[in-house]
Ligand binder design. Structure first.
Ligand code: AP5
Ligand code: MG
Length: 214
């Protein structure tokens, strides 16, 4: 199955996409995680992306499109994938649609996690992530089993450098201006399900599972 997760920063895309990847046995592809990995490695992509990311701005389309289309060619994507944080602009959505049309494998379900912005700042400020990409926790809403440590690998959890209030505001603005138009784009294609993200994590998971038939 080929699924897209849309939603503002902190809406729960990563949390829910990781749960769904276990249920559907297809990989979650997060452009944010892939870009952070490139920044950590210090490769050419990472050098070009770092400045945009730490400012809370979108990385240029051509870099992100090339990154995700290359990742989607790997064997583990043959049965489908969950896109988390991509596409984020109309140009990205169009590039994705064209690439998938060329192989007759269109997106089947778009999940929009909808929630008011004022609920999200606390989620982001309190988020802690595994540096090895095993997931995201929250100091109050979703604490790890051992304080400050990843449940999967035990590594010390980190606070993302864009999870500070002034950068969070820039990220919300980017979402409103560049990404929200995708709601209309996918509504017109008839495969958008809107999920209320302002509920308990397990309740959101159940509603998403029902929407994708998992
Ligand atoms: P990215 O990493 O994708 O960040 P984002 O879209 O801002 O989304 P987040 O990861 O912040 O939130 P989320 O929805 O995944 O929430 P989570 O599940 O963690 O992108 C980062 C940067 O990379 C961008 O700013 C940009 O620079 C660049 N980038 C990435 N993709 C790009 C693209 N396509 N084009 C251009 N640039 C791109 O949950 C948040 C917290 O809340 C967690 O602590 C969690 O435990 C908690 N939580 C989750 N659900 C609930 C709930 N129901 N109740 C209470 N707490 C909850
Ligand atoms: Mg995320």
């Amino acid at each position: 199955m080929r699924v897209i997760f849309l939603g503002p920063p902190g809406s729960g895309k990563g949390t829910q996409a990781k749960r769904l990847q276990s249920a559907l046995n297809i990989p979650q592809l997060s452009t944010g995680d892939l870009l952070r990995e490139a920044v950590r490695k210090g490769n050419e992509l990472g050098k070009q992306a770092a400045e945009f990311m730490s400012a809370g701005k979108l990385v240029p389309d051509q870099l992100v499109i090339a990154l995700i289309l290359t990742r989607m060619e790997q064997d583990d994507c043959s049965g489908g994938f969950i896109l988390d944080g991509f596409p984020r602009t109309l140009a990205q959505a169009q590039a994705l649609e064209d690439a998938l049309a060329a192989v007759s494998k269109p997106v089947q379900q778009v999940i929009e996690i909808r929630i008011e912005q004022d609920k999200l700042v606390e989620r982001l400020v309190g988020r802690r992530i595994c540096p090895n990409g095993h997931g995201e926790w929250h100091i109050r809403f979703n604490p790890p089993k051992q304080e400050g440590r990843c449940d999967t690998c035990g590594e010390a959890l980190e606070h993302r450098d864009d999870d500070h209030e002034e950068k969070i505001i820039t990220r919300f603005e980017a979402y409103r201006k560049d990404t929200e138009p995708l709601v209309q784009f996918y509504t017109e294609r008839g495969n958008l399900a809107v999920i209320d993200g302002d509920r308990d994590i397990d309740d959101v998971t159940r509603e998403i599972a029902a929407a994708v038939g998992a």
